[in-house]
Write a new protein. Structure first.
Lengths: 194, 174
């Protein structure tokens, strides 16, 4: 009877272990930061900061070309989900959102900025459309019970920042203002592979 | 009829022009009445390559649903829509699903696991969806027999539950 020689497998053991460790560290790297949320006067909101790898994977899977992905990787994705849990209309208006660092306010990249960029690189119309639908609307009324979600994109920054978001309430915007604040947010980063 | 042919679920048995506008219907949660502006054009091919034109749908209500595979609420809502379609398929509302700016492969793979009986129209460039200006995805519109938008649903809804089915049945009877 031939005895199988297992030596080569034993030699591979360190390699397998290294692979396992790499996979585990990749899992850790893929974790998103905790998701802060607030509920205030009938408005519920949470934000999540996604890593460039996560966002690249999303858009790559939808056929975005490399030059678009490369531009998106240079930015900071703030995914926001908002629900109107009250009885009044609430107004989502990104002009009333402020991203504040110690150095001052960070201006978000708006739809015109992206359209210019997409024109430059000739992004196909289907990708532009998908990209548009994944962004938070610039201005929208939220009816009672209505949710909305999407991304707000900032230039990448290493500085912690505060998101101060004000929402006017009432059909005519005259039923007061709901303010929410998320402090010490940080753009999520891909960790370098070991 | 093959399941994939259910696309437009032509469940149309027209009873003649007896449709006073349903402005007084009690509305289920998340459905709002709108002002009756004329529906934008909607001319697209289905995933099976069959052409569709909303202009040919005068005389009955049309339920138009915009969605995409990457959209979480769309994914959660789709099975409910499929169950609703099965419950209403012999009635007088036409159901039209419009996929927004995705490829046939993406849509086919998604529907095979989530809602195999649905065959959507393909807005491959996303331009028709933009003309309709939904508040987000998913979005559902109800177009009346005169071609005017009468209702819009806010976000994903449990379409196969009583409040929504009752509402749709009342539209049928309108």
């Amino acid at each position: 009877m031939r005895i199988p020689d297992r030596t080569p497998r034993l030699h591979r053991l360190p390699l397998l272990l290294a692979g396992l460790l790499w996979a585990l560290s990749a899992l850790v790297r893929a974790e998103t930061p905790p998701t802060p949320s607030v509920e205030n006067d009938g408005l519920y909101m949470f934000v999540r900061l996604n890593t460039p790898d996560q966002m690249a994977a999303f858009y790559e899977a939808r056929g975005f070309p490399d030059n678009a992905i490369e531009r998106l990787r240079r930015t900071c994705f703030v995914m926001a989900h908002i629900e109107n849990r009250g009885d009044e209309v609430i107004w989502l208006e990104l002009k009333n959102w402020h991203f504040l660092t110690r150095q001052g306010e960070v201006q978000r990249l708006n739809r015109n900025d992206w359209e210019r960029l997409w024109d430059e690189i000739g992004l196909p119309q289907a990708s532009r459309s998908t990209f548009g639908w994944t962004q938070l609307p610039g201005e929208r009324d939220l009816q009672p019970g209505e949710p909305v979600g999407g991304n707000v994109i900032l230039p990448a920054t290493d500085d912690p920042f505060t998101l101060q978001a004000d929402f006017l309430a009432g059909k005519d915007r005259r039923a007061g203002m709901i303010s929410v604040r998320f402090e010490n947010l940080r753009c999520a980063k891909d960790q370098a592979a070991p | 009829m093959k399941p994939r042919r259910l696309l437009l679920l032509y469940c149309l048995v027209l009873n003649g022009p007896a449709w006073p506008v349903a402005d007084t219907l009690p509305l289920p949660p998340g459905v709002m009445a709108v002002d009756g502006t004329p529906a934008p054009p909607l001319r697209l091919d289905s995933l099976d390559g069959e052409p569709y034109d909303l202009a040919g749908a005068r005389g009955h209500w049309v339920f138009i649903h915009f969605w995409a595979t990457w959209c979480g609420p769309c994914k959660r809502e789709m099975p409910s829509l499929q169950r609703m379609l099965k419950q209403l398929q012999t009635r007088q509302i036409e159901f039209v699903m419009v996929n927004t700016a995705e490829s046939e492969d993406e849509v086919f793979t998604f529907l095979a696991t989530v809602a195999p009986d649905v065959t959507p129209l393909m807005d491959t460039r996303g331009l028709v969806t933009e003309q309709w200006q939904p508040r987000g995805l998913p979005a559902s519109f109800l177009v009346d027999p005169q071609g005017r938008i009468r209702y819009q649903a806010l976000g994903g809804r449990e379409w196969d539950t009583a409040p929504y089915l009752d509402f749709l049945h009342r539209l049928e009877a309108d």
